[in-house]
Design a protein around this ligand. Sequence first.
Ligand SMILES: Nc1nc2c(ncn2[C@@H]2O[C@H](COP(=O)(O)OP(=O)(O)O)[C@@H](OP(=O)(O)OP(=O)(O)O)[C@H]2O)c(=O)[nH]1
Ligand SMILES: [Mn+2]
Length: 179
Amino acid sequence: MSSDSVILLETVNFAAEKHRNQRRKDAEQTPYITHPIGVARILSHEGGITDIEVLQAALLHDTVEDTDTSIGELQAVFGQTVARLVQEVTDDKALSKEETKRQQVEHAPHSSHQAKLVKLADKLYNLRDINRCTPTGWSAERVQEYFVWSAQVVRGLRGTNPALERHLEELFKQRGVEL
Ligand SMILES: Nc1nc2c(ncn2[C@@H]2O[C@H](COP(=O)(O)OP(=O)(O)O)[C@@H](OP(=O)(O)OP(=O)(O)O)[C@H]2O)c(=O)[nH]1
Ligand SMILES: [Mn+2]
């Protein structure tokens, strides 16, 4: 087996253990790990990304935000680049929900190319997931607001990966949201 495969198995196993008690907000309560795996898969299969550190960051991208994982832990296990990428896509928990959303819009254009890739795939997965099944308790208005806000973030990520951006543009168009 190639060393890249070994590294990816180690990374997906780490993420699975960290997210083991978490579920998605859909009616079936899908195990949360389907999301980070799906984000990494979008990058490889649709974005044509082979950069191992980007794929690792995708697998780990919600561990610091949503589990007891620290950036220091990621740095010790996976190295500085992967840890820095996860840091770049992690919301500041000290901020209010509203401020967090504003910060994502503000930070998107200033993030690294690698972090932009992860963010594009994260948004693409979540918007497709909403179309597949509305998260529990979300009104039609909240869904529409999520699309409008996501478009503001994606605007700052453009010029990064044409394939992913094409898919996102189509999803926004279906909701009447201008990118
Ligand atoms: N569409 C969808 N999203 C779900 C589901 N379960 C959990 N989520 C997560 O919910 C987040 C979007 O909902 P929000 O209302 O914005 O976030 P919040 O719950 O943390 O406040 C995403 O976080 P994120 O990945 O950190 O991305 P981002 O929204 O912060 O960019 C997404 O991964 C689900 O069943 N469907
Ligand atoms: Mn995510």
